[in-house]
Design a protein around this ligand. Structure first.
Ligand code: SF4
Length: 249
């Protein structure tokens, strides 16, 4: 793929099904994951894919499957992503070992978010849909999923890391994507969506802070990551106060 052409516009993210393997047999699944598949891409091939994504200026990828943590190259794949500076979102059924979850936490600097599937409030309802690998109801599936879910909840991604990524994304995206509107609106929309997906509220930018925000983004001759970081903090604080005010009425 030739990406040297200036008019080429690459996407900012990519969705990857790392493997078709899965440790569950959900009733709604259309993947046919009970079959053993022998010709999946190996690490060597995935490295080539990642190299290509880097060349296309991809900022983050969504890793899914099957169940991505079941891939024999899961750790190596993440390791290579990180080496290449690509962030990731992990979509999972939440049924994985302590070793895997410790690995994920260890690499949290590049983890934007983790999405764990939950299909009911208790073992009965969740397990009704999410059958085990023998296609049987198994109450342990719910317990393990909840255990892992609460584990990540306790290990919350600090606001600092989420903001750091948002700033990086904002300034990278704004300069490489020549949209007709000058990129600003599109960049702002995606950045705020990213933050909101991490439960960080940004509803609007107040007039008092709008000029400052623009001066560190659209109006800036030089890249101002640290100042934009501080400006976003003020905007988030403003939005938090606004929400609090509305809730206390
Ligand atoms: S966890 Fe996902 S991939 Fe696995 S069987 Fe269920 S729906 Fe399919």
């Amino acid at each position: 793929m030739d990406v040297s052409n200036q008019s080429y516009i690459s996407p900012y993210s990519c969705y990857i099904n790392l493997t078709s393997k899965c440790n569950l047999r959900c009733k709604h699944c259309f993947g046919g994951y009970s079959k053993e598949i022998h010709n999946e891409l190996g690490l060597k091939d995935w490295k080539k894919v990642i190299d290509e994504l880097v060349r296309c200026n991809i900022f983050y990828i969504v890793i899914s499957g099957g169940e991505p943590t079941q891939s024999p190259i899961f750790k190596d794949f993440i390791g290579y992503l990180i080496k290449k500076g690509i962030y990731f979102i992990l979509t999972t059924n939440g049924v994985f070992s302590k070793d895997i979850r410790d690995f994920i936490v260890k690499n949290r600097d590049y983890l934007i978010s983790i999405k764990i599937s939950l299909d009911g409030p208790d073992a009965e309802s969740h397990g009704f849909i999410r059958l085990d690998s023998n296609e049987k109801y198994n109450s342990k599936i719910f317990d393990l999923t909840m255990d892992n879910l609460y584990f990540f909840k306790r290990k919350k991604i600090p606001l600092k890391e989420a903001l750091k990524f948002a700033v990086y994304f904002h300034n990278e995206f704004q300069h490489i994507h020549p949209f007709e509107d000058g990129n600003s609106r599109t960049t702002r929309l995606i950045t705020f969506h990213l933050l909101q997906s991490l439960d960080i509220p940004i509803i609007d930018i107040p007039f008092g802070l709008l000029d400052e925000y623009l001066s560190y983004t659209k109006g800036s001759k030089n890249r101002e990551d640290i100042k934009l970081y501080q400006s976003l903090q003020k905007i988030i604080l403003f939005n938090l106060k606004k929400i609090n005010k509305r809730l206390s009425r």
